[in-house]
Ligand binder design. Structure first.
Ligand code: FAD
Ligand code: NAI
Length: 467
């Protein structure tokens, strides 16, 4: 039998964790292969996650603006939805991005081994190609980056026809008249927004008595108010007990979590978006003695319990975000190469790409209170920001939380226009352990929305100038 091809690093999974790890490994001169079973590289994020959802959010936001905002600006148009074209431009962008990863692999001398990878024992990855052919790779290091998949709910069977998960909701064949979203989390609200803007009556059913758990509660309340103004309906504190699909629609049954009468709800489509779970099917973890913790692969600085086996991204504990996977990818490969890989888990931002957008980094007020940490608050509304006012985008505010004694910025929470593009400023500030005064005394260009970031920092010591 021929000797297996041998690598310094074999990465299982070609998503943001896997592909960034591969590129960094290539840069550092390590002989690297990525095993990916999808037909294209890029994982969940590029194929059925971040990128196609942002393509639809962008297009539907412009459609809604043409419908509801252009006339006020003196632009008279009557837009018509061409859904096949909207889907086509989304698919074209996704293809360009996934091909871009293939190009980067070639540039960095990374081999893409097509097929499903399984750890066959220490230092061995067996790959099963689509046609059933098996090959074995020898690896000094194995990096698991197999990501996650949508979580299921008993009684609600996803058929991708009438009852869809996020993947189905990115490719509905028509704009529904009515859509029920189960789960008021990030996927539910982003994709719910897309279809609301394209004409659907959207009802969001959530188990908890609030939306977007993990988001600062004051921001979450303001966010729910804005989405309600846009026509979304929220049914909070409700437990879905079943869903029955026919060719024409779905009937959902639910009951109040606190007890009470059951209800039914009819809709054209149902989107199930109650979280994601780590994906480790058929990975052969038992061959190297790795045991899961609530489905996740336990790690210590990206090392698993098995020597030479590492894990990063959604398959490990922490926020299921592409940029978290990317940070871990670089740090893990640098650790493999004998460098000082590092991730600052306190500075991983979150963004919801709705309109208004929501963005935050660091601790929420609730977390600081629970910790008993003394903190000061600076707040600034976009209503008082000249650029936002001129653009008629005055919803929302910026809130800066700083340590009461040292003034170190501990958390920043924003809801408003373009906040996704502005949170990076506070990530840098927090990475450098800035005081709120450092931001308050930094000159910002006028007129920009970014001035609201500075004004909120000024508010920590009570010297906001414009509100
Ligand atoms: P994945 O991207 O899931 O990649 C894992 C890859 O491994 C997959 O391609 C899979 O086919 C492959 N694989 C699994 N097992 C094997 C095996 N045995 N052999 C070979 N290949 C295998 N995050 C953000 O930060 N911003 C966003 O805006 C955002 N939007 C999202 C929108 C949606 C609708 C969804 C669903 C997710 C979104 N996310 C977003 C989350 C983001 O997609 C994930 O956090 C990210 O993709 C995780 O990267 P990963 O590399 O860990 O895993
Ligand atoms: P989520 O964890 O954000 O939200 C799930 C929601 O469903 C929660 O509010 C939860 O309380 C609720 N829920 C759970 N069980 C329920 C039940 N039985 N009935 C009703 N509600 C229930 O998960 P989501 O939205 O599925 O997204 C998964 C992950 O994907 C996110 O956590 C995030 O990490 C990632 N993502 C990130 C995006 C971004 O960064 N912009 C966009 C989309 C996804």
């Amino acid at each position: 039998m021929a000797e297996p091809t041998s690598y310094d690093v074999v990465i299982i999974g070609g998503g943001p964790g896997g592909y960034n790890a591969a590129i960094r490994a290539g840069q550092l001169g390590l002989r690297t292969a990525v095993v990916e079973m999808r037909k294209t590289l890029g994982g969940t994020c590029l194929n059925v996650g971040c990128m196609p959802s942002k393509a639809l959010l962008h297009a539907s936001e412009l459609f809604a603006a043409a419908n509801h905002e252009f006339a006020h600006l003196g632009i008279e148009v009557t837009p018509t939805l061409n859904l096949p074209q909207m889907m086509k431009q989304k698919a074209e962008s996704v293809t360009a991005l996934t091909k871009g990863i293939e190009f980067l692999f070639k540039k960095n001398k990374v081999d893409w081994i097509k097929g499903a990878g399984r750890i066959a024992g220490p230092g061995q990855v067996e790959v099963t190609a689509e046609d059933g052919q098996k090959t074995t790779l020898a690896a000094k290091n194995i990096v698991i980056a197999t990501g996650s998949e949508p979580a299921g709910l008993p009684g609600v069977t996803v058929d991708q026809q009438r009852i869809v998960d996020s993947t189905g909701a990115l490719s509905l064949p028509e704009a529904p008249k009515s859509l029920v979203v189960i789960g008021a989390g990030i996927i539910g609200l982003e994709l719910g927004s897309v279809w609301r803007r394209l004409g659907a009556e959207v009802t969001v059913v959530e188990f908890l008595d609030r939306i977007t758990p993990g988001m600062d509660a004051e921001v979450a309340k303001a966010f729910q108010r804005e989405l309600t103004k846009q026509g979304m309906t929220f049914k909070l504190g409700m437990k879905v007990t079943g869903a029955k699909a026919t060719k024409k629609g779905v009937t959902l049954t639910m009951e109040p979590v606190a007890g009470g009468a059951a209800e039914t709800l009819d809709a054209d489509y149902v989107l199930l978006a109650i979280g994601r779970r780590p994906y480790t099917n058929g990975l052969g973890l038992e061959s190297v003695g790795i045991t899961l913790d609530r489905g996740f692969i336990p790690t210590d600085h990206w090392k698993t319990s098995a020597p030479g086996v590492w894990a990063i991204g959604d398959v490990t504990v922490g926020p299921m975000l592409a940029h978290k996977a990317e940070e871990e990818a670089v740090a893990c490969i640098e650790a493999i190469a004998g460098k000082a890989g590092h991730v600052n888990y306190g500075v991983i931002p979150s963004v919801v790409y709705t309109a208004p957008e929501v963005a935050w980094v660091g601790q929420t007020e609730e977390e600081l209170k629970a910790e008993g940490r003394a903190y000061k608050v600076g707040k600034f509304p976009f209503l008082a920001n000249s650029r936002a006012k001129i653009n008629h985008e005055t919803e929302g505010f910026v809130k800066v939380l700083a340590d009461a004694a040292t003034d170190e910025v501990l958390g920043v929470h924003m809801i408003g226009p373009s906040v996704s593009e502005m949170i990076g400023e506070y990530c840098v500030a927090m990475e450098f352990r800035a005081a709120s005064e450092d931001v308050a005394r930094t000159c910002h260009p006028h007129p920009t929305r970014s001035e609201a970031l500075r004004q909120a920092a000024m508010g920590v010591e009570g010297w906001t100038m414009q509100a």
